[in-house]
Design a protein around this ligand. Structure first.
Ligand SMILES: O=C(CO)[C@@H](O)[C@H](O)COP(=O)(O)O
Ligand SMILES: [Co+2]
Length: 220
């Protein structure tokens, strides 16, 4: 499995999002965090801005919906042309139905777990999704430190994916940097979201390449 690097534009300049999307043209996808002041105590952007980001992005858009009631709102993000749409398990009423709807609309479906949400209740859902996002910080803000206690959950998810012989990506999001990416990859993650580590670097394409090379040595 290749290691994929999806920088989070949460650390970009919100007055220059198109410019900052072009700064990550060598990445695998642009990670766009949608927050609604309800599911998380922060507010970023919604559908009208998301639609324009998809149109101008040089790379596929990976939507991370930190919103209440994704059953109602997530399909529109697939219709907007997102390559993947990830909703939170804690917020979804009918995750299987939602994942199927997202796929029917042409997006890859992802399910996200907050750091304190166990993976066991969701192991059967793995057959219905393309990606599981193991949050490695509390969702809501960039620039937090990686929670090491999430590593066993990544290992558990990877084991279940292998046992069920599935082709499901494991994404990690939060505090991913040169200091943490190798441990996440070793535990079984293969998609790496990094906001402050990428946009805070002097050489953005160079940082993407360094993170990819570090992860690739450990992705199995
Ligand atoms: O979803 C989120 C935060 O809730 C992320 O996508 C952050 O944007 C990651 O930022 P860093 O921890 O990499 O700075
Ligand atoms: Co995110």
């Amino acid at each position: 499995m290749p290691a994929l690097i999806n920088p989070s534009i949460l650390s970009a300049d919100f007055a220059n999002l198109e410019r900052d999307l072009h700064a990550i043209a060598t990445a695998d996808a642009a990670h766009v965090d949608v927050m609604d002041y309800h599911f998380v105590p922060n507010l970023t952007l919604g559908l009208p801005v998301f639609e324009r980001l998809v149109q101008v992005s040089p790379v596929p858009v990976d939507g991370h919906l930190m919103i209440a009631d994704p059953d109602r709102w997530a399909p529109a993000y697939a219709e907007a042309g997102a390559a993947s749409v990830t909703f939170h398990a804690e917020a979804a009423q009918a995750p299987v139905r939602l994942a199927r709807e997202l796929r029917r609309l042409g997006a890859r479906a992802g399910v996200a777990l907050r750091p304190a949400t166990p993976v066991e209740p969701y192991l059967d859902l793995l057959a219905e999704v393309d990606m599981i996002l193991v949050m490695t910080v509390e969702p809501g803000f960039g620039g937090q430190s990686f929670i090491e206690g999430t590593l066993p959950k990544i290992r558990r998810a990877r084991r279940a994916i292998s046992e069920q012989d599935l082709d499901v990506h494991i994404q990690v999001d939060g505090g991913v940097s040169r200091d943490t990416i190798e441990r996440a990859a070793e535990a079984g993650a293969n998609v790496f979201v990094a906001g402050s580590a990428v946009y805070g670097a002097e050489d953005v394409p160079g940082e993407i390449e360094t993170l990819r090379a570090m992860a690739e040595r450990h992705v199995h």
